[in-house]
Design a protein around this ligand. Structure first.
Ligand SMILES: NC(=O)c1ccc[n+]([C@@H]2O[C@H](COP(=O)([O-])OP(=O)(O)OC[C@H]3O[C@@H](n4cnc5c(N)ncnc54)[C@H](O)[C@@H]3O)[C@@H](O)[C@H]2O)c1
Length: 251
């Protein structure tokens, strides 16, 4: 039993696996013994990830918000999948309601929330049939309060929390656990520029007064994601939205 790793024999999907939190999570899952389907829309990032992660990383270049995106991700390996990490997401430039364009709203909600629902709908029946599955969704501090993003991102992450709670409540009796991680600031490529003067004036000062400059590493977020993905360590954790922000949410 000595060399048994916590994810030995498991097969996982990680979306947005080419960068930041997704790449750190795929790295930890593979180090723990899993095979990982890594989905990302950036071919270059996937190529670099595949070179460093080796044969247990199965790259799939795909836009998860495309009509056939979720089906292509699910078909990249033969399931049923044990673990689904719904991680891919984009920011919204901190644009407030009065400056919001429909295209921004539709794109952010489509990638951050609708794609999560559609990919999970694709993967969940296999998990239910197998009698187990661990799903971890990437939420955000912006799902807990209103001062961390623009309206589209904030609403999309509130939707993530709703998706998470629904799955946890309805499918717990099928052996499914679904939890969400709500990071504060993390050093990644997601981009945090303010495209709005109103937000610079009204959001930025509140953020800097409470945030105190603590940027997490992607590995710190991946540590929590992998804890939640571990059926042994987190066997009784289901439907939780867990901040991972060094206390920012209570400031
Ligand atoms: N970085 C932060 O401060 C922070 C804070 C809270 C929550 N989050 C969330 O963490 C998650 C991961 O973000 P990150 O910070 O690692 O960002 P990142 O930009 O470093 O990585 C995200 C990856 O997702 C990919 N991606 C984006 N849209 C895609 C699509 N439609 N189809 C396929 N791939 C797509 C990108 O190519 C990129 O490689 C996101 O859901 C983000 O909202 C990040």
């Amino acid at each position: 039993m000595e060399n048994v790793k916590r994810f030995d024999g498991k097969i996982a999907i990680v979306t947005g696996a080419g960068s930041g939190i997704g790449l750190a999570t795929a790295t930890q899952l593979i180090a723990g013994g899993a095979r990982v389907v890594g989905a990302d829309m950036s071919k270059d990032r996937l190529t670099a990830a595949a070179e460093s992660l080796g044969k247990d990383f199965i790259p799939i270049a795909v836009d998860i918000s495309a009509h056939d995106g979720p089906a292509r991700v699910a078909a990249a390996a033969s399931g049923p999948y044990d673990i689904l990490i719904n991680n891919a997401g984009i920011m919204d430039g901190f644009v407030p309601l009065t400056e919001l364009e429909d295209a921004t709203w539709e794109k952010v909600l489509s990638i951050n929330a609708t794609s999560m629902m559609r990919l999970t709908r694709q993967v969940l029946p296999g998990m239910i049939k197998a009698g187990h599955g661990a799903i971890v969704n990437l939420s955000s501090e912006a799902s807990l309060r209103a001062i961390c993003a623009g309206i589209a991102y904030s609403v999309s992450k509130h939707m993530v929390n709703g998706i998470t709670k629904h799955i946890a409540a309805v499918y717990t009796q099928d052996g499914i656990r679904c939890n969400a991680v709500a990071p504060g600031g993390v050093s990644t490529n997601v981009g945090g520029e303010f495209l709005s003067d109103l937000s610079k004036e009204r959001i930025a000062p509140v953020m800097s007064a409470t945030f105190r400059g603590h940027m997490a590493t992607p590995q710190q977020i991946a540590d929590l994601i992998c804890f939640l993905a571990d059926d042994k360590a987190a066997s009784n954790v289901n439907g939780a939205i867990i901040p991972c922000d060094n206390g920012w949410s209570v400031m």
